[in-house]
Design a protein around this ligand. Structure first.
Ligand code: ADP
Ligand code: MG
Length: 684
């Protein structure tokens, strides 16, 4: 391959070595035995492969709506193909009246089927001949424009295979595992995934490679767990005055059984002399904050400092205020450090952390910056962990000579497979009980047609002295448009709630932190009855007097996000409501999401459904965490393999923690490769 094409591959797909090329796996296979006739497409058809002749290749529309339209016909019917991006290039490379193979997702418009951005290949003899399965490779617009097509990938991979021997792709899994789980060799797997002779080879290859990927992550996690168990930690020997005083005199309510149980687990962990790494999982409103605060008091009683880290400024502020209020009568200095803490104030706070005069630190990730020094940090609480990468969690380790105990709190119940992958190294506590007196939130789905009635309903609630959230979606790609509709929405809300009688506050991500804080505060204090917001209020915010959550364009939110938003109400004793407002026409999936929300309040059910419907990437902001970067494996559909690999990994670590046995030497390759990809070493 020439230098120019080489450069393109490096830039576009980060393919820099033979190995990268070999691991640039096909995402699908073109199987010429699987061609469907156009007239067989019906309303239930999802993905299809068609063969036909292309005609009427035309550009249509103006400006942003410009698109390329073409018609494909076979002996049974015709279907429209559409390209919204790269229309010009497609037009140049498609030939009128030529035969093509087309693959893509069918959608219907006015009852007529069409496919947008299909995979399209000339139906040349070479594409139609040979074994049934031909690899289709992921590629980019730019590569295609420069002529590096699917065919090119197949060709360069093929010629690479002509140059290598089985020994060039060495095995990394021990024979015992290959036998037990019936895995083919690494060489065969790589060869077959690119050039399978038949479906069976392809399946064997995919299974083996997914297995290896998931095993590598589970193996690292098992090692990490092992390290946690031997990691020396501070010993919290006693339960002292601060904890006991708070418990007996200042606790504003009786703890739930679940809260007590989790506290016991924390007390036990922190008294062993080993480092605690515990995840507290509890649905929104289950009362995680108080558990964290009591763990903090426990640290203080033993002469340590403690910090509590939140993912956003607003949440940090709220924790700060909440903690200050609870500790009001106890004379315990608490300070907050965020990106907006500046100048003299910042200096004094940093000094207080360093000399130990401020024992409790609340803040955002500003707390983990290197120049923030503690005299004696014994406990770090991380709230709403999924906004923090594993890497950030690991940075706490350096804050004291011995790593502080770590308590991670997460509100979104995590499906089991995801938890295994993300938090597999942590011990888990579950708060599976809501504080008493909570009423179930009534959730309804309404369309724009009922807007007037919805607004009247909110007015009634507000006139009773309650408060309401009105949330707008904000999705990056259409950000500008979203802000416009947010502004419009705000103006409309003010028409329903005129300023002489009502106060409406608005918060969104484009305000600077101080302004956002001010507006939020107007709502928190009760001065404003309505808060118009984007999802910046999604996590954690606690306003017991708010009884209505109206979600605009609810179809644009994912399930877990809707559940999080709904959890913002129903926190006081009053009946609360969640109204999901959508357009009249909903996609099948959109309708299903609304239905799930209306019929269940169970966060675990919702999280499972969300994972199944959307895939893991979106849900927990896990993309950044680096833990879920699998090339082939999908933790939703490959849960079974994940389970196998977890068992296998644990077994090896238990039998041979130091990896000294000869047949385990291969595994060190996996460790060093994983280490390069993810910065695991930092964690321990
Ligand atoms: P989350 O688990 O979502 O972080 P919070 O800790 O914010 O929940 O608690 C939600 C609300 O429930 C707060 O107003 C808190 O004071 C209250 N709360 C927590 N525990 C109890 C309890 N045992 N009894 C009554 N109210 C409680
Ligand atoms: Mg919380």
């Amino acid at each position: 391959m020439g230098p120019q094409r080489g450069e393109l591959l490096r830039k576009e797909l980060e393919i820099t070595t033979f190995r990268d090329l070999l691991e640039h796996y096909p995402y699908r296979y073109f199987d010429r035995t699987q061609i469907v006739k156009i007239n067989a497409i019906n309303a239930n058809t999802e993905f299809v492969q068609l063969a036909g002749t292309l005609i009427n290749i035309n550009e249509e529309g103006e400006g942003r709506k410009r698109r390329l339209v073409a018609t494909l016909y076979d002996d049974t019917g015709r279907i429209e193909l559409l390209w919204f991006q790269g229309a010009q290039w497609m037009k140049k490379n498609l030939n009128d009246n030529e035969a093509y193979i087309v693959y893509g997702k069918v959608s219907f418009f006015n009852g007529m089927p069409s496919i947008s951005h299909p995979d399209i290949e000339p139906a040349r003899a070479e594409n139609m001949a040979g074994s049934g399965l031909q690899p289709m490779y992921p590629t980019t617009e730019k590569l295609r424009v420069k002529g590096i097509t699917n065919r090119s990938f197949a060709k360069i991979t093929q010629s690479l295979f002509e140059k290598i021997k089985p020994g060039d792709i060495p095995e990394v899994l021990p024979p015992s595992i290959l036998n037990e789980y019936k895995l083919c060799s690494r060489y065969n797997a790589i060869k077959w995934i690119h050039f399978p002779d038949n479906n069976e080879q392809m399946q064997l290859a995919r299974y083996r490679l997914k297995w290896e990927e998931l095993f590598a992550s589970q193996f690292m996690i098992a090692r990490l767990r092992l390290q946690h168990t031997i990691q020396r930690g501070w010993k919290f020997e006693k339960v002292g005055d601060k904890f006991n005083d708070f418990f007996s005199k200042h606790l504003p309510f009786e703890l739930t059984g679940a809260q007590k149980r989790v506290l016991k687990e924390i007390r036990f962990d922190t008294a062993t002399g080993k480092q605690m790494n515990r995840l507290v999982q509890g649905d929104v409103g289950s009362g995680k904050t108080i558990v964290a605060l009591m763990a903090i008091l426990l640290a203080l009683d033993n002469g340590f400092q403690a910090c509590m880290m939140a993912p956003t400024e607003i949440l940090a502020q709220q924790h700060f205020q909440g903690i200050c209020a609870l500790l009001q009568e106890m004379d315990i200095p608490v300070a907050i450090l965020t990106g907006t803490t500046k100048g003299k104030e910042r200096k004094e706070i940093l000094k207080g952390f360093a000399d130990g005069t401020i024992p409790v630190a609340v803040g955002t990730h500003a707390l983990i910056e290197d120049h923030v020094v503690f005299k004696n940090l014994g406990l770090a609480v991380i709230d709403e962990q999924h906004r923090f990468g594993v890497d950030q969690r690991s940075r706490l380790w350096n804050k004291n000579e011995t790593a502080p105990h770590v308590l991670v709190m997460t509100a979104t119940p995590i499906p089991r497979t995801l938890a295994m992958t993300l938090y597999g190294d942590l011990d888990v506590s579950v708060i599976d009980e809501l504080p008493p007196g909570r009423q179930e939130i009534k959730t309804v789905h309404r369309t724009h047609m009922s807007r007037a009635r919805v607004m009247e309903f909110i007015k009634k609630e507000v006139n009773k002295g309650r408060q309401a959230f009105i949330v707008y979606p904000l999705i990056e790609e259409s950000e500008k448009m979203d802000y416009e509709s947010l502004q419009e929405g705000y103006e409309q809300v003010k028409v329903w709630f005129p300023e002489d009688k009502y106060k409406v506050a608005m918060v969104h991500g484009r305000q600077d932190a101080a302004e956002r804080q001010r507006n939020m505060q107007r709502f928190v204090s009760g001065e404003a009855q309505i808060l118009v917001a984007t999802t910046v209020i999604e996590v954690g915010v606690n306003i017991p007097n708010a009884t209505v959550m109206l979600i605009e364009s609810a179809e644009r939110f994912g399930l877990s996000q809707l559940h999080q938003l709904r959890g913002r109400v129903g926190r006081g004793g009053e009946q609360s409501y969640c109204i999901l407002l959508t357009g009249n026409k909903l996609s099948q999936e959109g309708a299903k999401r609304m239905n799930i929300m209306v019929t269940t309040a169970n966060g675990f059910v919702i999280a499972e459904q969300d994972l199944a419907m959307r895939g893991p990437g979106d849900i927990h902001g896990t993309n950044q965490s680096g833990l879920l970067k699998f090339k082939l494996a999908d933790i939703v559909t490959d849960g079974f393999i994940l389970e196998q690999t977890r068992i296998a990994a644990q077994k090896i670590i238990t039998e041979d923690p130091g990896l000294t046995l000869p047949h385990h030497q291969l595994l060190k390759t996996i460790l060093s490769q994983q280490g390069k990809q993810n910065n695991w070493s930092k964690i321990s």
